[in-house]
Design a protein around this ligand. Structure first.
Ligand SMILES: [Zn+2]
Length: 263
């Protein structure tokens, strides 16, 4: 029989570095999303010293293999090895900005709880990898947003009206962040806070929701549709962050959604 306390004291983990901050005189405090433990904080001792061999592996967006020791309050990084530094994401500001957006959404929505979710870990790693190869960055971002909403339990309802539940037809509709989906033109007459959504934008959102990345990435929406989709998704995320993120019900809902999928 293995001793659980022993395996807990030192563990190997695969992680994406979400962010870091200075800690003490020479150390760094890292926020990591690990495949094995979910979101954790860990100290990298001496990482700010110029000669530190660990430091290069622990920059934000890096995919690393770590050896972690459980300290009194925090994990301590005892070994670090880079799996993928996603170097193209550091090359120019546009690329860095996209990666920062991915990381920020993730960091703000995923609670600080040690609930491992390997599929969510894979989504994050794959999204950074897609952005680094930059074949279709716009699509990689929209696909990520749609999957992240699934994980968080906020999958938008796009096939039936989020108000009356009747089937959505091929005509201009509305989108409601508070109802979490498309709203038919009939219901749209009397409801506040709706955004118009075109047939083409809705069609593409549905496609991203139902498809794997390879299939989703074949879509070539017109520039105007892309702008429309982008602003609806950003509006929805902003709504979720501003209106809900700080309420206990929100965190409970996200935790329940995440643990339901990790089982
Ligand atoms: Zn309706």
């Amino acid at each position: 029989m293995t001793d659980p306390s022993r395996s807990f004291r030192s563990l190997r983990a695969e992680a994406i570095v979400l962010r870091h901050s200075d800690y003490g005189e020479a150390d760094r405090l890292l926020t990591l999303y690990t495949r094995e433990q979910g979101k954790v904080r860990a100290v990298a001792k001496g990482a700010r010293k110029i000669a530190s061999r660990k430091a290069g592996h622990l920059e934000p967006f890096t995919h690393v293999k770590l050896q972690l020791a459980k300290g009194r309050d925090l994990f301590i990084v005892t070994q670090a090895e880079t799996i993928n530094a996603f170097m193209p994401l550091r090359d120019n500001l546009t690329q860095t900005g996209r990666a920062a957006y991915v990381i920020e959404l993730f960091d703000r929505f995923i609670p600080d709880e040690e609930t491992a979710n390997p599929s969510l870990f894979r989504l994050l790693a794959e999204t950074l990898s897609r952005l680094a190869s930059e074949t279709v960055p716009w699509l990689a971002l929209r696909f990520y947003e749609m999957r992240l909403l699934d994980f968080l339990g906020f999958r938008p309802q796009l096939f039936e009206c989020a108000n009356c539940q009747n089937e959505i037809k091929a005509e201009p509709q509305f989108f409601s962040a508070s109802l979490g989906g498309a709203v038919c033109p009939r219901c749209g007459q009397g409801l506040p806070g709706l955004w118009p959504i075109s047939v083409d934008a809705l069609k593409h959102l549905r496609h991203f929701q139902r498809s794997g990345f390879r299939e989703a990435s074949r879509a070539r929406p017109a520039e105007q549709t892309r702008k429309e989709i982008e602003s609806i998704m950003q509006g929805y995320f902003t709504y979720l962050l501003e209106r809900e993120l700080n309420t206990p019900g929100f965190i409970k809902r996200v935790n329940a959604a995440l643990s339901a999928q990790s089982n």
